[in-house]
Design a protein around this ligand. Structure first.
Ligand code: NAD
Length: 293
């Protein structure tokens, strides 16, 4: 049992998550293609900076990934010089990135041939949840592996939910992202109509928070919209990525996703207008422009 943990991907989410592990006294071997990130980590006395994935894999038997999307995880694990080539048998790989559930299952199959265990453990809670250690983890994989990972995940998160076999964490994450995008659009559509109909949006919000149209977008995002503050938050670009994952999986599983497809086009319109870096609540501006409110 090696006493350092591998951590690959020190971006917006990975950096504060790794920092929390270090703060809790864990020793990390880290790797990011952007070498500057690792040098900025706190508690450097517990940080070993690896110059490649191979070098990292030789020093650990547990490794955490926090990368942008499916191709990055594929490349890091099964690509040339990938983790699969140098992690020891019996190692546990925990992928916390939000990626395709089918790609996750494919990667797991290849790892199984090498006796390497895998959990998918995507998160929700955003950058603030990562900084405060209050993320929700949706975990897919064998219960024994979940039990093994729990102590680590509890340092970075508050709710750690075992969702089923490998891939099920990603499936739950995709469903959540799809629903939040559809809810955001439904609220934007409704509120644009209501405001043009002459109703004060604050009053409309108060009423509907007690009505059946209530949703997280109304609770959490409408105050941001009313402040006209479209600083992210969670960007249109990232949400579009998650919606695309839902469409990919919908195609593979032959499940029609009518509302998701429409919402995808709306989000793509904002990207085409150069607004992909804005908070996802900016989707309402599209309706407002068309309705001339
Ligand atoms: P990010 O782009 O800020 O960070 C990704 C990091 O990975 C970067 O530092 C990059 O240099 C590094 N990287 C990329 N390819 C690599 C490779 N092959 N090897 C090593 N390092 C590599 O992304 P993020 O915002 O931290 O998001 C990470 C994941 O978490 C995404 O899947 C995202 O959808 C998900 N997520 C993000 C949020 C959020 O609010 N940002 C919330 C929940 C989930």
């Amino acid at each position: 049992n090696k006493n350092s943990i591998g951590f690959i991907g020190l971006g917006v989410m990975g950096f504060p998550m790794a920092s929390n592990l270090l703060r809790a006294g864990k020793k990390l071997v880290v790797f990011d293609i952007n070498a500057e990130q690792a040098a900025r980590l706190p508690y450097q006395e517990r940080v070993t900076i690896a110059s490649s994935k191979e070098e990292l894999a030789k020093q650990v038997d547990m490794v955490l990934l926090m990368l942008p999307n499916s191709p990055h995880v594929k490349e890091a694990v099964t690509g040339e010089g990938g983790l699969i080539e140098s992690l020891p048998a019996g190692a546990l790989l925990i992928d916390m990135s939000s990626i395709s559930s089918t790609v996750t299952k494919e990667i797991n199959k290849k790892l199984e041939e090498k006796n390497i265990d895998m959990l998918d453990a995507p998160v929700s809670g955003g950058q603030s949840g990562a900084m405060n250690g209050t993320l929700t983890f949706m975990v897919g994989g064998k219960k024994a592996n979940y039990d093994k990972a729990l102590e680590l995940l509890q340092i970075m998160g508050e709710k750690i939910i075992h969702c089923g076999e490998v891939g099920s964490g990603q499936t739950v994450k995709i469903v959540n992202q799809l629903m939040s995008a559809v809810n955001l659009v439904s609220m934007s559509e409704g509120f644009t109509l209501g405001v043009k109909g002459g109703v004060d949006p604050e009053i409309m919000r108060e009423v509907i928070l007690n009505g059946s149209g209530r949703c997280w977008a109304l609770e959490d995002r409408m105050p941001v919209i009313l402040d006209r503050n479209f600083e992210p938050g969670f960007t249109i670009d990232l949400h579009t990525k998650d919606i695309s994952l839902a469409l990919e999986v919908g195609k593979e599983l032959q499940v029609p996703l009518y509302a998701t497809s429409l919402v995808h086009e709306l989000f793509k319109t904002l990207q085409a207008k150069g607004e992909g870096g804005k908070d996802n609540s900016a989707v309402i501006t599209l309706y407002e422009a068309l309705a001339e409110t």
